[in-house]
Design a protein around this ligand. Structure first.
Ligand SMILES: C[S@@+](CC[C@H](N)C(=O)[O-])C[C@H]1O[C@@H](n2cnc3c(N)ncnc32)[C@H](O)[C@@H]1O
Length: 215
Protein backbone atom coordinates (compact mmCIF):
# COMPACT_ATOMS: atom_id res chain seq x y z
CA UNK A 1 0.00 0.00 0.00
CA UNK A 2 1.25 3.51 -0.83
CA UNK A 3 2.09 5.48 2.28
CA UNK A 4 3.19 9.11 2.25
CA UNK A 5 6.59 9.47 3.88
CA UNK A 6 6.29 11.16 7.27
CA UNK A 7 9.36 12.89 8.64
CA UNK A 8 8.19 14.32 11.98
CA UNK A 9 10.62 17.25 12.32
CA UNK A 10 10.06 18.43 8.72
CA UNK A 11 6.31 17.96 8.96
CA UNK A 12 5.90 19.90 12.24
CA UNK A 13 8.38 22.58 11.30
CA UNK A 14 6.22 23.38 8.24
CA UNK A 15 2.83 22.76 9.85
CA UNK A 16 3.78 24.92 12.83
CA UNK A 17 3.77 27.95 10.53
CA UNK A 18 0.00 27.74 9.99
CA UNK A 19 -1.22 25.58 12.90
CA UNK A 20 -2.60 28.43 15.01
CA UNK A 21 -4.54 30.13 12.24
CA UNK A 22 -6.06 26.81 11.17
CA UNK A 23 -7.10 25.77 14.69
CA UNK A 24 -10.82 26.20 15.44
CA UNK A 25 -12.08 25.46 18.96
CA UNK A 26 -14.97 23.01 18.70
CA UNK A 27 -17.10 20.68 20.86
CA UNK A 28 -14.31 18.07 20.83
CA UNK A 29 -11.58 20.42 22.03
CA UNK A 30 -13.99 21.90 24.62
CA UNK A 31 -14.80 18.46 26.02
CA UNK A 32 -11.11 17.53 26.05
CA UNK A 33 -10.19 20.71 27.97
CA UNK A 34 -13.07 20.27 30.44
CA UNK A 35 -12.17 16.66 31.21
CA UNK A 36 -8.48 17.58 31.59
CA UNK A 37 -9.29 20.43 34.00
CA UNK A 38 -11.71 18.30 36.05
CA UNK A 39 -9.14 15.52 36.25
CA UNK A 40 -6.30 17.80 37.32
CA UNK A 41 -8.48 19.55 39.92
CA UNK A 42 -10.05 16.43 41.40
CA UNK A 43 -7.45 13.70 41.06
CA UNK A 44 -4.03 15.33 41.30
CA UNK A 45 -3.60 16.61 44.82
CA UNK A 46 -1.21 19.42 44.05
CA UNK A 47 1.50 20.27 41.59
CA UNK A 48 3.61 23.37 41.36
CA UNK A 49 6.15 22.56 38.67
CA UNK A 50 5.14 21.57 35.14
CA UNK A 51 6.90 20.47 31.97
CA UNK A 52 4.72 20.57 28.86
CA UNK A 53 5.94 18.65 25.84
CA UNK A 54 4.77 19.93 22.44
CA UNK A 55 2.92 23.02 23.67
CA UNK A 56 1.92 24.18 20.18
CA UNK A 57 0.51 27.72 20.27
CA UNK A 58 -0.06 27.42 24.01
CA UNK A 59 -3.67 26.22 24.23
CA UNK A 60 -3.06 23.89 27.20
CA UNK A 61 -0.34 26.15 28.63
CA UNK A 62 -2.82 29.01 28.95
CA UNK A 63 -5.55 26.72 30.29
CA UNK A 64 -3.32 25.44 33.10
CA UNK A 65 -1.74 28.77 34.00
CA UNK A 66 -5.19 30.41 34.18
CA UNK A 67 -6.66 27.69 36.38
CA UNK A 68 -3.81 26.75 38.70
CA UNK A 69 -2.45 29.87 40.41
CA UNK A 70 -0.11 27.73 42.53
CA UNK A 71 2.14 26.84 39.58
CA UNK A 72 5.59 28.21 40.39
CA UNK A 73 7.46 26.94 37.35
CA UNK A 74 6.20 25.98 33.90
CA UNK A 75 8.51 24.92 31.08
CA UNK A 76 6.85 24.55 27.68
CA UNK A 77 8.79 23.04 24.80
CA UNK A 78 7.97 22.56 21.13
CA UNK A 79 10.10 21.70 18.14
CA UNK A 80 8.45 24.41 16.02
CA UNK A 81 9.87 27.95 16.45
CA UNK A 82 6.67 29.39 14.91
CA UNK A 83 4.45 27.60 17.42
CA UNK A 84 6.61 28.92 20.26
CA UNK A 85 6.41 32.50 18.93
CA UNK A 86 2.60 32.21 18.69
CA UNK A 87 2.44 30.66 22.16
CA UNK A 88 4.31 33.61 23.71
CA UNK A 89 1.60 35.93 22.39
CA UNK A 90 -1.33 33.61 23.16
CA UNK A 91 -0.38 32.90 26.78
CA UNK A 92 0.61 36.49 27.63
CA UNK A 93 -2.79 37.49 29.15
CA UNK A 94 -2.56 34.57 31.60
CA UNK A 95 0.84 35.64 32.94
CA UNK A 96 0.54 39.43 32.76
CA UNK A 97 -1.65 39.31 35.86
CA UNK A 98 0.93 37.36 37.91
CA UNK A 99 3.56 38.93 40.15
CA UNK A 100 6.09 36.25 39.23
CA UNK A 101 6.27 34.85 35.70
CA UNK A 102 6.57 31.06 36.05
CA UNK A 103 6.75 30.40 32.31
CA UNK A 104 9.71 29.58 30.10
CA UNK A 105 9.40 28.54 26.46
CA UNK A 106 12.07 26.42 24.79
CA UNK A 107 12.35 25.44 21.12
CA UNK A 108 13.33 21.78 21.20
CA UNK A 109 12.04 18.37 20.35
CA UNK A 110 11.61 16.06 23.31
CA UNK A 111 14.17 13.61 21.95
CA UNK A 112 17.04 16.10 22.19
CA UNK A 113 15.77 18.10 25.19
CA UNK A 114 18.41 18.05 27.92
CA UNK A 115 17.31 18.79 31.44
CA UNK A 116 18.34 17.27 34.74
CA UNK A 117 15.29 18.66 36.57
CA UNK A 118 12.21 16.69 37.55
CA UNK A 119 8.71 18.18 37.48
CA UNK A 120 5.59 17.40 39.54
CA UNK A 121 3.62 17.10 36.32
CA UNK A 122 4.81 16.29 32.82
CA UNK A 123 1.98 16.88 30.40
CA UNK A 124 1.62 16.38 26.67
CA UNK A 125 -1.55 16.89 24.65
CA UNK A 126 -1.93 15.53 21.13
CA UNK A 127 1.82 15.15 20.62
CA UNK A 128 2.77 11.55 21.34
CA UNK A 129 0.42 10.24 18.66
CA UNK A 130 2.76 11.94 16.19
CA UNK A 131 5.89 10.18 17.50
CA UNK A 132 7.12 7.35 15.30
CA UNK A 133 6.37 3.84 16.63
CA UNK A 134 10.11 3.15 16.62
CA UNK A 135 10.67 6.05 19.07
CA UNK A 136 7.61 6.06 21.33
CA UNK A 137 9.01 3.80 24.03
CA UNK A 138 12.19 5.82 24.37
CA UNK A 139 10.17 9.06 24.49
CA UNK A 140 7.83 7.76 27.22
CA UNK A 141 10.81 6.60 29.27
CA UNK A 142 12.36 10.04 28.87
CA UNK A 143 9.26 11.95 29.95
CA UNK A 144 8.82 9.47 32.80
CA UNK A 145 12.35 10.25 34.00
CA UNK A 146 11.55 13.97 33.95
CA UNK A 147 8.60 13.59 36.33
CA UNK A 148 8.68 13.08 40.07
CA UNK A 149 4.91 12.52 40.45
CA UNK A 150 2.61 12.53 37.45
CA UNK A 151 2.74 12.05 33.69
CA UNK A 152 -0.37 12.90 31.69
CA UNK A 153 -0.79 12.51 27.98
CA UNK A 154 -3.89 13.05 25.88
CA UNK A 155 -3.84 11.17 22.62
CA UNK A 156 -5.85 9.36 20.01
CA UNK A 157 -6.79 5.89 21.23
CA UNK A 158 -8.92 3.20 19.64
CA UNK A 159 -8.76 -0.58 19.86
CA UNK A 160 -7.75 -0.89 16.22
CA UNK A 161 -6.01 1.49 13.84
CA UNK A 162 -8.46 2.37 11.05
CA UNK A 163 -7.27 1.65 7.50
CA UNK A 164 -7.41 5.33 6.58
CA UNK A 165 -5.23 6.66 9.42
CA UNK A 166 -3.19 9.68 8.31
CA UNK A 167 0.56 8.95 7.98
CA UNK A 168 1.42 11.31 10.87
CA UNK A 169 -1.01 9.74 13.38
CA UNK A 170 -0.29 6.58 15.35
CA UNK A 171 -2.16 4.66 18.03
CA UNK A 172 0.42 3.70 20.62
CA UNK A 173 -0.04 1.24 23.49
CA UNK A 174 0.62 3.85 26.18
CA UNK A 175 -0.72 1.79 29.10
CA UNK A 176 1.39 -1.21 28.20
CA UNK A 177 4.55 0.88 27.79
CA UNK A 178 4.00 2.74 31.08
CA UNK A 179 3.28 -0.54 32.92
CA UNK A 180 6.58 -1.97 31.71
CA UNK A 181 8.49 0.94 33.23
CA UNK A 182 9.80 -0.03 36.70
CA UNK A 183 9.50 3.58 37.93
CA UNK A 184 5.73 3.68 37.31
CA UNK A 185 3.34 2.42 40.01
CA UNK A 186 -0.12 2.99 38.48
CA UNK A 187 -1.58 3.77 35.09
CA UNK A 188 -5.09 5.00 34.29
CA UNK A 189 -6.90 5.58 31.01
CA UNK A 190 -9.85 7.95 30.95
CA UNK A 191 -11.74 7.99 27.62
CA UNK A 192 -12.64 11.53 26.54
CA UNK A 193 -16.29 10.82 25.91
CA UNK A 194 -19.54 12.52 26.86
CA UNK A 195 -22.31 10.02 27.38
CA UNK A 196 -25.93 11.00 26.74
CA UNK A 197 -28.79 10.23 24.44
CA UNK A 198 -27.54 9.34 20.94
CA UNK A 199 -27.63 12.90 19.66
CA UNK A 200 -25.96 14.27 22.81
CA UNK A 201 -23.13 11.81 23.23
CA UNK A 202 -19.71 12.75 21.98
CA UNK A 203 -16.71 10.50 21.46
CA UNK A 204 -13.44 12.30 20.70
CA UNK A 205 -11.66 8.96 20.20
CA UNK A 206 -9.04 10.33 22.54
CA UNK A 207 -8.07 9.20 26.02
CA UNK A 208 -6.32 10.87 28.91
CA UNK A 209 -3.52 8.62 30.14
CA UNK A 210 -2.20 9.16 33.66
CA UNK A 211 0.92 7.41 34.93
CA UNK A 212 2.09 7.82 38.55
CA UNK A 213 5.69 7.57 39.61
CA UNK A 214 6.66 4.97 42.21
CA UNK A 215 8.01 6.35 45.52
C1 LIG B 1 -1.31 18.64 17.27
S1 LIG B 1 -0.19 19.82 17.93
C2 LIG B 1 -0.75 19.93 19.62
C3 LIG B 1 -0.39 21.23 20.27
C4 LIG B 1 -0.86 21.41 21.72
N1 LIG B 1 -0.26 20.46 22.61
C5 LIG B 1 -2.35 21.34 21.82
O1 LIG B 1 -2.88 20.34 22.37
O2 LIG B 1 -3.03 22.28 21.37
C6 LIG B 1 1.32 18.89 18.08
C7 LIG B 1 2.49 19.75 18.51
O3 LIG B 1 3.55 18.88 18.90
C8 LIG B 1 4.78 19.39 18.42
N2 LIG B 1 5.69 18.24 18.32
C9 LIG B 1 5.58 17.18 17.48
N3 LIG B 1 6.58 16.30 17.72
C10 LIG B 1 7.31 16.82 18.74
C11 LIG B 1 8.48 16.38 19.42
N4 LIG B 1 9.06 15.24 19.10
N5 LIG B 1 8.98 17.15 20.41
C12 LIG B 1 8.38 18.33 20.73
N6 LIG B 1 7.28 18.81 20.10
C13 LIG B 1 6.75 18.06 19.11
C14 LIG B 1 4.42 20.03 17.11
O4 LIG B 1 5.36 20.97 16.67
C15 LIG B 1 3.06 20.65 17.43
O5 LIG B 1 3.18 21.96 17.90
Amino acid sequence: MYKVRYIPSEYWFERGKRYKEEFRPNKYSELQERILLDYLKNILSSFSTVLEVGCGFGRITKLLLSNFPNILEYIAIDLSPDQIENAKEFVKPAIDTKEHNPLNFIVSDIQSFQNERKYDLVISSEVLLHILPSEIEEVLIKIGDMSNEHIINIDWYEKKTPWNAAPHNFIHQYEKIYRNMPTISNVYRIPIVKRGSWFRSLDTKQSLFHACKRH
